[in-house]
Design a protein around this ligand. Sequence first.
Ligand code: SAH
Length: 482
Amino acid sequence: MDALPVFLKLRDIPCLVVGGGRVAERKIDLLLRAGARVTVVAPQLETTLQAYFAAGTLTWIPTRFDPAQLENTRIVIAATDDRTVNQAVSQAAQAKQIPVNVVDQPDLCTFTVPSIVDRSPVIIAIGTSGASPVLARLLKARLETLIPAAYGRLAGLAGQFRDSVKTALAKTDARRAFWEEVFQGRVAELVFAGKDRQAKKELARMISVTSDNDYSRGEVYLVGAGPGDPDLLTFRALRLMQRADVVLYDRLVAPAIVDLVRRDAERIYVGKEKSNHAVAQPDINQLLLTLAQQGKRVLRLKGGDPFIFGRGGEEIEDLVTHDIPFQVIPGITAAAGCASYAGIPLTHRDHAQSCLFVTGHLKDGSVDLNWDALCQPAQTVVVYMGLTGLDTICREMVNHGLAPTTPAALIQQGTTVNQKVISGTLDTLAEAVFAAKVKAPTLLIIGSVVRLHDQLAWFSPETATHEGSIIDTPTREPSDGL
Ligand code: SAH
């Protein structure tokens, strides 16, 4: 983050604007909306500003800028078309430690003015750290259409009752849950329908009957986070990520996805690496239960889909026994994500009529698969956690009847900026992978559909970085499953 967004209270605060043209006018309008006492320094004023001056809305100093004019001012905006003047204003203000904004010259600013969506008291500020005001305006236009004007009235109503809700509910979690009910339920609907008086009555009624006990029972959301690209989350996953009080996540979940969790939610890392579980599975199960019993909304975020090699079933068994409510939200499993992003259709009428998902390693690290089932014609085989056993898998498949020339590919960190596809055949892949020094997680796809990759590959990230990468250790394959 390049700058911290804050909301300045400017009511009756003296602010100086240098410049008297249209650009200055736009900034002056904003300052006036915030209740500031505006002084304008400019040899001439354009007509609207002249009218403001005539009406006594602002003070006018009809000269050129002089640093002495900064006396007593709290913020300064330079909006002239003269770069030298703008620079002088910026320097003088900075020398006096007065926050200064120079329109369209981010290098001269100590603060920037965001694009604003105004649903007062709700105010949304959009900034691009000076990179592109046009983009900020486009985003503003989108938000304007997304957020009903009535949100301002709804926030105003909530403000009136904030203290009484504090008195009625002692626990922070209970209050949060209460307000979510208000904003997503009947009270909000009544405000949106313009029935503000009824909404107020309903809110007062809810407060009169509520108690901390109503919110003492927690719940668990077992959520699939998909294979890495945050764009592949479901709407429901995102909504619950914004709702949860506490989030348990592991190594397979990309940092960019964990970033989307509600800012003040507690985050607990229960990372898993092969043979090195940061928190043992029974402890994770117990933690989910304990947190939910404390009344928390607990989100268990898992890579891919929770029910595919994800131990999702085990994690919720205890919840059933203890009667804790839960939901399971599917995610895009690695096979689907990697195949799509690598341009390898898992089935294809000319190549494969079936597709098997298998796991490449067992608890004790050995590989023990039903080779005959795997080596059927016209079939695609996808191997999760197959990196360690890659050599064995390729060899055994040839031993059980597949041609050594059968196409096979290993996809590293599929769907992320670090995606790499190494393709070859059962005969050549292991060596190619060894030479390429791949980074986990990786997925193995075997079958003649792999041949289509050359033709159908569409996703070729150019900026491999470790931001957004899932994993930072090169050698270990995370095992979320067996
Ligand atoms: N529940 C997960 C799978 C967990 S098992 C799912 O549905 O996808 C963990 C294995 O998934 C890893 O060892 C790797 O084989 C595979 N995997 C997960 N994400 C991956 C990715 N982005 N790219 C390649 N393989 C991935």
